[in-house]
Design a protein around this ligand. Structure first.
Ligand code: LAN
Length: 777
């Protein structure tokens, strides 16, 4: 394989091997499944392990016949969206240079700014449309979390399935390029300081992938790991991964017995009532810890045992370290009740009869098969996928069809970037991004422009194809899903409240946009109604979060279960919580549907009324709303104001909208922009970032525009900031990280910086320049 070097990245300074980036191709299937393929010149290398990606099941995946997504589109021709992802010269050459001729750049408030804003929105959308893929989605490097790759590498190591050379090289490059310059360590996520967890697991990955322990990168990382006390202080999930790899003893891992699944469901503690992600992880983890699964020792593992601890492996009494967690890692310390439960369960595990062990392994394996079945082996996210793959390997062997399907699915999580190959937190952001992109073109009033017809139609058909049409298998502790939409792809199999609502809204909006009437009927009214059934089913009825919406399911257990959160590094993971953003989006979807259809009208009205009451009640005293999935108050305040504004509320007539706007405007920077730091999410109080950011400014501007905020100078300044920050090719540069989960982990939303400014600027133009109003909103 050709190996090239340049000097841009740390990996280049160390002259680490690099693949030829121009030979990577991104293939997207009609359902948005993203696969990077390397053309090694010795014959196309397909990470899926089959010659043709577009095989027989291609047609079956199209749920509605006759939707345009031709096979020809998936040729291996280098497309702009691929070149864009890897920052290749083809992309730079392509950039359409468009200067904003309308904007005179001076500071006077006049109609010219509105025309400039419209032109800027059009340029922005033109750029964005150019990086759309043929299936209608916007693939992106959904990076941030730094604890995902361990699953992939450990599971491949455990199951003895070699990693393709190009992938191995690029994962090494990614980790070397993301190590902190100062101390060579890694954190929980890319924005985090070096932690014991991040440093230990990523160190192990590099060693398993063949880096020499004496390489300067490894020496530096090891020093940091040792300075943090060594791998003995990794949190629960880290201990579990190390135990699976035989680099830690199961006796030192706090228990999570699979027997919990056999408890009666009416008990609030039943895992079937936990948050989907948490139960999906603890299911296979319970199996593996009960089976005490561990990789056979080999020379690399033997050596690693003596690299990652400050003491010799054989002298460590692991049992005494169940609760040893490095202080720097700790986000959610154990409660006393958790420690007590761990004690009791630990004793129980010692004396558990063999027949109980056998039965609980069998029972949890049945549940794992259901998860596999519901998601075509993708599983909810890469963490439980890797754990499930090991369980399936142990149960059925490496040659079994079930295990082979994991090998087929794994590449869906591997994502190339100029820095190397990462493993993304879900198999993409497809439905979420497409739903917003379509809606915001409508809101900006630019859908009628001929250059946007094709991208919008492609996106529309993608959304229609992505609605769930088959239900989950019985007994999998899952809700009914037909009619819902996922966050990423239909294959992933999990419907989400706000994703369903935003996709539904996008479809109805496009169908009702001038020039797109022919799309009416592409999706039947019955299918739209099914989305409403899903949304109404998801509304929380519990007393403490009445009327709100959570993420994947309605809350099934009370929040006090959080006291048993064993993960140490994340907050709010045990159960579903009410989320103001999910509630807002659902209100938006329901309200939009209501404008156009009669179905379950009275129930929708009541659901909106209750949801509004929740939104209002969750406003903080200072006027902002706390965001759980975006950074942070600026994000959630925008959603809340949008939901309230659909009910006819604005700055002049509603106290909550007024307080929300006031919260934002006092935080406007002198240059007209906004900047909120990721720290806000961690400490749950507004923290200012270092410099004004495009996405934050777009969110705040949208809030002010929706509220008819009276002080035009502030609004103009924000619009001007966005226009000035636009690149000549119509795009905007990446600023700070946009998203978050579980309070402590940052995650990127690389497309936010394109479609939110388009929405904000288009809205601005519509409000302030009568000649600019052209389409519906
Ligand atoms: C996501 C990404 C999208 C996000 C929104 C749709 C934005 C939100 O409004 C609802 C929740 C959801 C779907 C969400 C849930 C948690 C996810 C799946 C993630 C943040 C992406 C990765 C994360 C997942 C938990 C990662 C696995 C790690 C664990 C700690 C279990």
């Amino acid at each position: 394989m050709a190996v090239t070097y340049d000097k841009k990245y740390r990996s280049d300074r160390y002259k680490l091997p690099k693949t030829d980036l121009s030979r990577w191709y991104l293939k997207i299937d009609p359902l948005g499944v993203q696969n990077w393929i390397y053309d090694s010149l010795e014959g196309e290398f397909d990470l899926k392990g089959s010659a043709s990606r577009w095989s027989d099941d291609f047609d079956d995946q199209l749920t509605t016949k006759g939707q345009p997504c031709s096979t020809a589109d998936q040729s291996l021709e280098k497309t702009i969206h691929t070149a864009y992802q890897l920052d290749l010269p083809e992309y730079h050459e392509f950039s359409v240079k468009k200067n904003n001729e309308y904007y005179n750049g001076n500071n006077t408030v006049d109609a010219k700014l509105a025309s400039a804003a419209l032109q800027s929105a059009i340029n922005g959308y033109e750029f964005f449309a150019s990086i759309q893929d043929p299936a209608g989605t916007w693939p992106c490097q959904y990076g941030g979390p730094m604890f995902m790759l361990i699953g992939y590498v450990a599971a491949r190591y455990f199951t003895k399935v070699p990693i393709a050379e190009e992938v191995r090289i690029e994962i090494i490059r990614y980790l070397v390029n993301t190590a902190h310059e100062v101390d060579g360590g890694w954190g929980l996520h890319t924005e985090d300081k070096s932690t014991c967890f991040g440093t230990a697991i990523n160190y192990v990955i590099l060693r398993l992938l063949g880096m020499d322990s004496q390489h300067p990168v490894m020496v530096k990382a090891r020093q940091t790991l040792h300075a943090l006390g060594g791998a003995i202080g990794v949190p629960h999930w880290g201990k579990s991964w190390l135990a699976v790899l035989n680099l830690y003893e199961w006796s030192g891992v706090n228990p999570c017995p699979p027997e919990l699944w056999m408890l009666p469901y009416w008990l609030p503690i039943h895992p079937g009532r936990w948050w989907v992600h948490t139960r999906a992880i603890y299911l296979p983890l319970g199996y593996l810890s009960c089976a005490k699964a561990k990789c056979p020792l080999d020379s690399t593992l033997e050596s690693l045992r003596n690299e990652i601890y400050v003491k010799k492996y054989d002298t460590i009494n692991f049992k005494n370290h169940r609760n040893t967690v490095c202080g720097i890692d700790l986000y959610y310390p154990h409660t006393r009740i958790l420690n007590m439960a761990n004690e009791v369960l630990g004793l129980y595990e010692q004396y558990r009869p063999t027949w109980v062990k056998r039965r609980s392994l069998k029972y949890s394996y049945e549940l794992i098969k259901k998860e596999i079945n519901n998601t075509d082996s993708l599983c909810i996210a890469p963490v439980n996928m890797a754990l499930n793959a090991i369980v399936v390997y142990l149960e059925e062997g490496g040659q079994s069809a079930a295990f082979q399907r994991f090998l087929y699915r794994w590449p869906d999580f591997l994502y190339m970037s100029p820095k190397g190959m990462m493993l993304i937190g879900t198999n993409g952001v497809q439905v979420w991004d497409v739903a917003f992109s379509l809606q915001y073109a409508c809101v900006a009033g630019i859908t009628h422009q001929s250059q946007f017809q094709d991208p919008i139609r492609k996106g529309f058909h993608f959304l229609v194809r992505s609605q769930f049409t088959e239900d989950t298998v019985p007994g999998s502790y899952r809700d009914h899903r037909i009619g819902g939409w996922p966050f990423s792809t239909k294959t992933q199999g999990y419907s989400v409240s706000d994703c369903t609502a935003e996709a539904l809204k996008a479809i109805i909006m496009i169908q009702n946009s001038p020039g797109y009437e022919d799309l009416k009927g592409t999706i039947s009214e019955a299918n739209l109604n099914k989305a409403i059934d899903v949304l109404l089913m998801l509304q929380n009825k519990g007393s403490y979060h009445y009327g709100s919406f959570s993420s994947y399911e309605a809350a099934r257990a009370p929040p006090f279960l959080e006291k048993l959160n064993p993960a140490e590094v994340f907050g709010n993971i045990m159960v579903e919580y009410p989320y103001v953003e999910c509630t807002d989006s659902t209100v938006l979807g329901l309200a939009y549907f209501r404008k156009h259809y009669e179905y379950r009208g009275a129930e929708i009205d009541e659901a909106i009324r209750l949801a509004n009451a929740y939104i209002v009640s969750s406003q903080d005293v200072d006027g902002g709303w706390f965001g759980s999935w975006g950074v942070c108050y600026t994000y959630a305040t925008m959603f809340a104001i949008e939901a309230l504004s659909t009910q006819g509320n604005d700055y002049s007539n509603n106290e909550h909208v007024r307080r929300g706007c006031d919260f934002l405007v006092v935080r406007q920077e002198a240059d007209g922009g906004w900047t909120e730091s990721f720290r806000s999410c961690e400490i749950q109080s507004y923290v200012r970032g270092s410099k004004s950011e495009v996405v934050q400014t777009a969110w705040a501007l949208i809030s002010l525009l929706l509220s008819n905020f009276p002080d035009r100078t502030k609004v103009d300044k924000a619009a001007r900031f966005l226009i000035e920050r636009q690149r000549a090719d119509g795009g905007w540069n990446q600023d700070e990280i946009e998203g978050v989960f579980n309070h402590s982990c940052a995650i990127e939303y690389p497309n936010y910086r394109y479609y939110f400014p388009v929405k904000a600027l288009g809205m601005y133009a519509k409000l302030y320049d009568s000649s600019a109003t052209t389409s519906i909103g």
